[in-house]
Design a protein. Structure first.
Length: 473
């Protein structure tokens, strides 16, 4: 089978039988060497004196220690040494005890050449198997050492293991660099120390482990906390570990993606500012048009009272500029929502968006929590859209929604179902003279509040805009 040298320690009380096996091997197996021992004590003494024995072949009935006692002594001193029980004595009970004690193989003793050949074949097999296991274990240990060295030298990623309960078991240089804890400080601690207090209270760490255990691996992003209390944006992968089908813990890889997060936020802010610039142009059109029209009437008819309306419109334009300037600094975030009656906001918005022939009906009032200026701007845009598409004599109804929110609907021609999604896109307009910003700004305002806006068919077939997820008092 193999030409790799194999050394056997043959233990048998009969010198003639040990000589027989030695001569058999010498004649047929050049690569096999047989050493002889005639008692258990002699066998142990030989094993202690050399490390070149690959397999022990022993009878059960030997002087001093019997075969099972010798097996026990060998297992205690050399746990992985192949041991073949080659005996004609004993019974089934002896065989069962030998198996329980860790005997490698068992073969009934005989001087028949075929049986001896079978013995040597068995020995070769168990020795090759043992050598393969030893080399595999050596390779695994070497690979594990190399992997541990590799992991420890990585500084851009925190790579560590958790036990089944989420307690830190290993720590690398990257983990210390990113999270700020030394190995002595963090080993044994629960990994929830890396999460914000509100996330811990919400059960986020435990939920992540449950999902990883169920799915095998999860990816998560969010703010995490360093030892010094500072926060960073973490890109996290948690992998459930298993050994022979049993769950043994988790591997966790964390990358500090704060720079990427900041770049993304900066890009979003840039896009928001572009939207704000477009909004300034659009939202100033209504009050400026009102001011211009009233100034023209005052000049043409000499009606100076028209200048009061023009002044009011210009004050509204000034308010818009002030508010939009603030938005340019803070983005589209809503920082100071306050209670406001829907009827009050609608009446204020109608002043600049309605016409003499158009009619506004507040079907039922309610108190919303919103940014007053932004709510008014949203309503102005919706009212302006109704007048543009429903005509100067359009009727617009406003009222609360069940479940929190409000609606604005008109009795105009409505919006075809296949166009309803696109109406909120920046620049979308079916009016050749339209800017396409009005409804896009409405969605932007709704998003900034955390509201949801959609368009459906109204009661009279017109357009009905429903704004939901609104806090209503």
């Amino acid at each position: 089978m193999t030409e790799t040298p194999i050394t056997i320690l043959h233990v048998d009380p009969s010198e003639s039988f040990t000589d027989l096996l030695s001569e058999f091997v010498r004649q047929r197996h050049d690569h096999v060497v047989v050493h002889e021992a005639h008692s258990g004590e002699d066998a142990l003494a030989h094993l202690e004196s050399t490390d070149d024995v690959d397999c022990v072949v022993s009878d059960y009935e030997i002087p001093g220690l019997n075969g099972l006692e010798l097996l026990a002594a060998v297992r205690e001193r050399w746990p992985d040494m192949p041991f073949v029980l080659f005996t004609g004595g004993g019974n089934e009970a002896v065989v069962l005890k030998a198996i329980a004690a860790g005997v490698t193989d068992y073969l009934e003793k005989s001087a028949d050449p075929d049986r001896l050949a079978h013995l040597i074949d068995r020995v070769e097999r168990v020795v090759i198997h043992h050598r393969t296991d030893v080399e595999l274990a050596r390779t695994v240990r070497r690979t594990e050492a190399q992997f541990e060295l590799l992991v420890d030298t990585i500084e851009d990623y925190a790579i560590f293991l958790l036990d089944e309960g989420g307690h830190v078991q290993t720590w690398n240089r990257g983990a210390e660099k990113i999270k700020g804890y030394t190995e002595d400080e963090i080993l044994g601690e629960h990994f929830s120390v890396f999460y914000r207090d509100e996330d811990v209270a919400a059960g986020v760490p435990d939920r992540n482990l449950r999902e990883a255990s169920t799915k095998g691996r999860i990816r998560d992003e969010g703010w995490r906390v360093r030892k010094d209390g500072s926060e960073f944006w973490a890109d996290v992968t948690i992998t459930a570990l298993q050994e022979t089908g049993a769950h043994t813990g988790y591997a966790k890889i964390t990358h500090d993606s704060t720079s990427r997060k900041r770049e993304q936020e900066l890009l979003e802010q840039t896009e928001q500012l572009e939207g704000i610039i477009a909004a300034i142009s659009h939202d100033l059109q209504n009050p400026l048009a009102v001011a211009s029209g009233n100034v023209r009437l005052a000049l043409d008819a000499g009606d100076l009272s028209r200048l009061d309306a023009a002044e009011s419109a210009l004050e509204r334009a000034s308010q818009l500029l002030d508010h939009l300037s603030t938005l340019a600094q803070e983005g589209m975030r809503i920082t100071q929502p306050e209670p406001i009656e829907l009827s009050e906001a609608a009446a204020a918005a109608w002043t600049f968006a309605g016409t003499d022939e158009a009619e506004l009906r507040v079907e039922e009032d309610c108190v919303l929590v919103a940014d007053t200026q932004r709510l008014r701007q949203l309503l102005e845009n919706l009212f302006g859209n109704a007048v543009t598409h429903g005509g100067p004599d359009v009727t617009v109804r406003v009222g609360p929604l069940d479940g929190g929110g409000f609606y604005v609907e008109d009795d105009g021609p409505g919006i075809p179902e296949n166009e309803r999604t696109g109406v909120f896109e920046m620049g979308h307009s079916t009016n050749p003279d339209g800017t396409g910003f009005g409804l896009a700004i409405c969605k932007q305002i709704a998003d900034s509040h955390g509201w949801f806006i959609e368009v459906v068919e109204g009661t009279d077939g017109g357009a009905r805009f429903e704004i939901s997820d609104v806090e209503v008092l």
